[in-house]
Write a protein that binds this ligand. Structure first.
Ligand code: SF4
Ligand code: SF4
Ligand SMILES: [Zn+2]
Length: 266
């Protein structure tokens, strides 16, 4: 197995994982999507709401705000020593109290005040609701760790995807250098230079097969290695993309260890 990082930013990583099976690639994708926990608002106690938005809609919107997550200091309520009753190890309280002072007041995510400065909305400028002058919202929101398998609000990613590593080849004996494939390729992969045809930046090939379809000489072939995969992980910002990957692998190890214990007890 080999890992090559192609592109990395704070909330984004693109890498090639070589020498694996499609099953392993999909396991990794599903673990990231469904099992890596993040913090999200799970309960809202409305104390006062004179805005035009129903309590349920406000609560739903709050649940979808990505929150910075600290996996070292919090545990899932189901795994907490308090038995899920709620304590400082498994939940955080945030309060929101805003009164309309302008004709149209927009309440943004940075108005949520957290009991723990490490658990705050990832972005300060997400609009939550609009209100008119003298209207008011006052509530307490309880954030808990959860997993995407239970609700999409706990998914740590906006996207996680993989594709097979493309291979684009030519039969130069059959090629007439008509340039049809060059012109049809939407990703600018195929080049004809100095009487030679070649594929460049094949990692960007979308495997659309348009070059194959247009070639009347059967001189272009598009296939995949079958064992190399290009992964893209875009985090919501709740965790870093590297943190998501490390946590997914830790969960996979944990599952293998658990399985091993069962096998040993056969
Ligand atoms: S379309 Fe076929 S024949 Fe024409 S340049 Fe491409 S590979 Fe060669
Ligand atoms: S499969 Fe599509 S993207 Fe890839 S080289 Fe052919 S035309 Fe371009
Ligand atoms: Zn607890």
């Amino acid at each position: 197995m080999e890992l090559e990082i192609i592109e990395q930013r704070e909330n984004f990583v693109k890498f090639v994982l070589s020498g694996i099976t499609p099953t392993f690639a999909n396991t990794l994708r599903r673990l990231i999507m469904s099992d890596v926990p993040t913090m999200a608002i799970d309960e809202v106690i409305i104390i006062e709401n004179t805005t035009p938005l129903y309590d349920e809609i406000v609560a739903h919107r709050l649940g979808l705000l990505p929150l910075k997550t600290d996996l070292d200091n919090y545990v899932l309520p189901t795994e907490c020593e308090c038995g899920g009753q709620g304590c400082t190890s498994c939940e955080v309280s945030l309060t929101l109290e805003v009164s309309g002072e302008k004709d149209i007041e927009i309440v943004y995510s940075n108005s949520l005040l957290s009991q723990d400065p490490k658990i705050t909305p990832v972005f300060p400028n997400i609009p939550i609701l609009k209100m008119a002058k003298n209207q008011k919202i006052f509530l307490e929101a309880i954030a808990r760790l959860g997993r995407g398998i239970d609700h999409a609000k706990w998914q740590p990613i906006s996207t996680v995807s993989y594709k097979y590593y493309p291979v684009v080849k030519f039969n130069e004996k059959k090629c007439t250098y008509c340039e049809e494939c060059v012109n049809v390729c939407p990703r600018d992969i195929i080049k004809i230079e100095n009487g030679k045809i070649s594929a460049q930046n094949v990692i960007n090939c979308s495997l659309c097969n348009q070059c194959v379809d247009i070639c009347e000489s059967d001189a272009v072939f598009v296939t995949t290695t079958g064992t190399d995969f290009i992964f893209t992980i875009e985090s919501t910002g709740a965790l870093s993309s590297k943190g998501i990957l490390l946590k997914a692998l830790k969960i996979l190890n944990g599952k293998a260890d658990e399985f091993k214990v069962y096998v040993e007890e056969f």
